[in-house]
Structures are given as structure tokens and as C-alpha cells.
Design a protein around this ligand. Structure first.
Ligand code: IMP
Ligand code: MG
Length: 192
């Protein structure tokens, strides 16, 4: 796995520092919202929706830093068939939680690329009448945006390159890299 890396863009300590910063901001913002409506620890009011599978690392690191009573409801969206490095549009591959009415929802993803995935999920969540909807992504690749979408919380901006690690895959692999990196062109097929 390591020999396939071309360049490390964000190392592990930097990711961890940034996740901690995002967790503090998200916790503070949610505490205001939830607290304003009464008991800040009221059960079932805060729901995190990680978009599988890319959001696994971000979700695990972020949520362990949130001292809030919350539940986790995963959704699956597919956009990159197989070894493709180009998005083909987003499709929901699992049911969204039905009961989001009155809840404070935070949608999590690994990266905001074209924006289609987040736009799709955020739209479906809003249809369910939640009290609030926030979106957080570890990475943002604004150069590739195809729809008008901005995330509320962004870890790092990345250049217009296909990246892997910290949840992001190429053909199902490299999600377990603890850093964010680019792959050698012979691996992605870009240089062929
Ligand atoms: P979007 O719908 O184009 O914004 O794409 C978002 C999804 O595509 C993310 O959830 C990722 O799983 C995947 N994705 C986007 N860019 C990359 C990348 O550079 N490497 C790996 N996966 C990516
Ligand atoms: Mg994804």
C-alpha cells in the first residue's frame, strides 16, 4: 500500500489537530441549538448521518470528541463505480432514517467534490422536517464543484487531484491510510 503513494498532502497529526478543532466548533454550535430548546442532553435530539463508506475515519475521530448525547444513522451513497476517479453522479444506496422531524442533524462526509452527494443527502434530510441541518466534510475540493453547495464545516481544502486515505478509497483500497495522499499515476491509470 505505502509504495503506491505519490505524495502525502496532509499528514496524520495535522488531520487529528483539525478534527479536534472541528469537534469543538460543532459541539459549541449544537449545544446552543439544543440548549435553546430545553434540556441540552435531551435524548434523541442530535443525529449524525455519516455517508458511508468514506466518512468512517472522520466520523470515528470526530464523534469521540463530542461530549453530547447523540445517535448515529449511516447512509450509503455510491458515486464512484469501481476504479473510476471520476464521479458519475450520486445515488442513495440505503434508506435514510425516517424519523428526523425536530432533530438536529449533522451530515458527515470525507470530501466535498462535485457536491452532488452532499446536495442529495442534505435535500432528503431537509424533506424530513428536521430542526436544523449542518454539513461537515474533512476535505473540500472546490475546483471540481458541479453544483452550488458549501459545507458548514471544512477540515482542509485540497487541490484538484484524486486523493486517498483517511476513509477515501481508490477501487476500495487505501481507506486505512492514516494520512491524505495522492497515488502514483500508474496506480490510478492517469499516466497510462
Ligand atoms: P461528490 O458527490 O462529487 O461531491 O463526491 C463525493 C464522494 O465522492 C465522496 O463521498 C467520496 O467518497 C468520493 N470522492 C470524491 N473525490 C474523491 C477523491 O479525490 N478520492 C476518493 N474519493 C473521492
Ligand atoms: Mg463517499
Amino acid at each position: 500500500m505505502l509504495r503506491d503513494i505519490d505524495r502525502v498532502l496532509i499528514d496524520e497529526p495535522s488531520l487529528q489537530v483539525r478534527v479536534a478543532e472541528l469537534a469543538d466548533r460543532i459541539a459549541a454550535d449544537l449545544a446552543l441549538d439544543v440548549g435553546a430548546a430545553g434540556d441540552p442532553d435531551a435524548e434523541g435530539r442530535v443525529v449524525f448521518i455519516p455517508i458511508m463508506t468514506g466518512a468512517i475515519m472522520f466520523t470515528a475521530d470526530l464523534l469521540r470528541r463530542l461530549p453530547l448525547k447523540l445517535s448515529i444513522e449511516m447512509v450509503a451513497v455510491s458515486s464512484y463505480p469501481g476504479a473510476s476517479t471520476r464521479s458519475r453522479g450520486a445515488q442513495i444506496a440505503s434508506e435514510l432514517p425516517a424519523d428526523l422531524a425536530g432533530k438536529h442533524v449533522v451530515i458527515l462526509d470525507d470530501i466535498l467534490d462535485s457536491g452532488r452527494t452532499m446536495q442529495l443527502v442534505a435535500g432528503l434530510v431537509r424533506d424530513r422536517d428536521p430542526a436544523s441541518v449542518r454539513t461537515a466534510v474533512m476535505l473540500d475540493k472546490p475546483a471540481r464543484r458541479a453544483v452550488d453547495f458549501t459545507a458548514d464545516y471544512v477540515g482542509f481544502e485540497v487541490p484538484d487531484a484524486f486523493v486517498v486515505g483517511y476513509g477515501l478509497d481508490h477501487d476500495g483500497y487505501y481507506r486505512n491510510l492514516p494520512c491524505v495522499a495522492t497515488l502514483k499515476p500508474e496506480i490510478t491509470g492517469d499516466g497510462a
